[in-house]
Design a protein around this ligand. Structure first.
Ligand SMILES: [Zn+2]
Length: 143
């Protein structure tokens, strides 16, 4: 992003130099010469505008990434890993409740409850990513 900012600033500096030359033109020859630079001035301003649009898009993307990372960090403080899944923090930060899919949390930052089977011999499945887990690695934890 620093490179884009430097390109935009260079274009603006060039445009300012051209505008100053136009303002300082005090005779017919100087005015005629300055008018020839007007199209260059416009080109430099258009280039600078495009660079700032690109910079704005980069800043927006970074803001979204920072917000996502903050959400993930907040969620990390709310859960604890136990065996093959994540759980809400219960008493003294111990795992409690139904398991969350470890893959969805670690890869996408999502807390998705794993679907619990009717009996313990069946595996558990994440409804989001379809990852399957052995029951023994993702048991519900009740106080
Ligand atoms: Zn999942």
């Amino acid at each position: 992003m620093i490179a884009e900012i430097n390109i935009a600033l260079t274009g603006i500096r060039s445009a300012i130099d051209i505008a100053r030359a136009l303002r300082a033109a005090d005779n017919a020859a100087a005015i005629a010469g300055a008018r020839l630079q007007i199209s260059d001035l416009v080109d430099k301003l258009v280039d600078a505008k495009e660079q700032f649009t690109e910079i704005s898009n980069l800043v927006d993307a970074r803001d979204r990434e920072i917000a996502d990372l903050k959400r993930r960090l907040q969620r990390s403080a709310e859960v604890v890993k136990h065996l093959g899944a994540y759980y809400d923090k219960g008493t003294q930060d111990r795992p409690a409740g139904d398991p969350y899919c470890s893959r969805c949390f670690e890869v996408e930052g999502l807390l998705v409850h794993i679907t619990l089977p009717a009996h313990q011999n069946a595996g558990t499945t994440c409804p989001q990513c379809r990852q399957q887990f052995p029951w023994s690695r993702t048991p519900p934890i009740r106080d």
